[in-house]
Design a protein around this ligand. Structure first.
Ligand code: MRU
Length: 369
């Protein structure tokens, strides 16, 4: 898969409007801070790392228009408020801010551009590294499986993973987090099959993850959100692996609504539960999951389902009676005790305060060797 966020020959950042996928691939130019803010707020771009990268470009473009302290502060606040749960947004904005704030106004635009571009490069490299570390971990499960099948004289069975929402290339600058792991296993010749939760209300699993896996030629099956528990009980899931929007200092994980229920079912069925997580998603300033702000989204996402009609047109159809109240929390918290390991670009890590602190002290280059 190519990059999700790239610059054209004139240096204008471009991305894909994900609201049309998998049916329509529409490229959009991000020419201003307002374009970036709208892309994040309206979920044209989604996924924590990509939101961060687009936020960084938003601040760089704001500085190009006006490099004063006042404009910088306003642009920062405006972008940071666009989506509250994914900490990568604030992390990316802070990074650009730290780079430009000490510099005179005349130098700020160039510095901000450099920082946004560097952040994008690092996101791509970081995800490739998550892919390596995750594949190393899951290959052990695949080998155990093959050995058991061999002893029983049975045919080799693929490694069955289950994922929720989308943590593919399209949720990052490149590679994805969860799908970087799956892709690496696939490249290494491990037979892998992915159960893809549809992920209501916006169906990121059914529309984005399934599309990305199909593009990569990786075996997968889309299931409704409530099917995972039964599949785990039947021994048809070897591991659950999800992305995340924020990890608190104690290892609690915020991710797309429904993740917690998968973690409960996984624990009840002794299925390992992994979280693919760039260290940019770890928020040491948030003590535990109870302090992570949960985005409450528009009820229309619950009352309506978007899809393609038989005539090819995209349409939203109502599935809830007019008079019913709806609630739409966008994310939930999976307590650290239900998480087997965080898989980061610096290696796998137990979801505990001490292990996370040690991981963040670890040198990323050494860990990758
Ligand atoms: O609301 P979204 O679509 O932006 O939510 C995305 C998710 O919850 C992803 O699973 C998460 O951000 C991981 S992205 C690598």
């Amino acid at each position: 898969m190519s990059r999700t966020l790239w610059n054209d020959a004139l240096g204008v950042p471009h991305t894909i409007d994900q609201r049309g996928l998998p049916f329509e691939r529409r490229e959009i130019a991000l020419r201003s801070c307002a374009d970036c803010e709208a892309a994040i707020r309206e979920m044209r771009v989604r996924g924590a790392p990509l939101i961060g990268a687009v936020g960084a470009w938003g601040l760089a473009l704001a500085i190009e228009a006006d490099a004063s302290d006042d404009a910088l502060r306003k642009a920062y606040e405006r972008l940071a408020a666009a989506r509250p749960t994914a900490v990568n947004l604030r992390w990316a904005l802070d990074r650009v801010l730290r780079r430009v704030a000490p510099a005179p106004a005349a130098q700020r635009a160039a510095l901000a551009r450099q920082e946004a571009a560097a952040l994008c490069e690092e996101d791509a490299a970081c995800n490739a590294s998550i892919g390596e570390h995750g594949a190393r971990l899951l290959r052990v499960l695949a080998e155990q499986r093959s050995a058991l099948a061999g002893m029983a004289g049975a045919d080799a069975i693929p490694l069955n993973l289950l994922t929720h929402c989308n943590a593919g290339a399209i949720a990052t600058v490149e590679h994805g987090t969860v799908l970087a792991v799956v892709q690496r296993l696939h490249e290494q010749g491990v037979a892998v099959h992915v159960w893809v939760d549809e992920t209501r209300p916006r169906n990121q699993g059914a529309s984005l993850t399934a599309w990305e896996l199909a593009e990569r030629g990786i075996a997968h099956t889309v299931i409704v959100d409530n099917a995972g528990g039964l599949l785990m009980m039947q021994g048809r899931v070897d591991a659950v692996i999800v992305g995340c929007d924020r990890v608190a200092a104690n290892g609690d994980v915020a991710n797309k609504i429904g993740t917690y229920l998968k973690a409960l079912a996984a624990r009840d069925n002794r299925v390992p539960f992994y979280v693919a997580c760039p260290t940019s998603s770890i928020d040491v300033d948030t003590a535990d999951g109870s302090s992570i702000p949960i985005e409450e989204r528009d009820g229309r996402e619950v009352t309506h389902v978007v899809g393609r009609l038989d005539d090819g047109a995209l349409a939203a159809v109502r599935v809830v009676p007019e008079g019913s109240a709806v609630a739409n929390p966008g994310f939930d918290i999976t307590p650290a005790r239900l998480v087997t390991a965080l898989v980061t670009e610096r290696g796998a890590c137990e979801p505990s305060h001490a292990a996370i602190a040690a991981l963040l002290r670890r040198d990323a280059r050494v860990a990758a060797e």
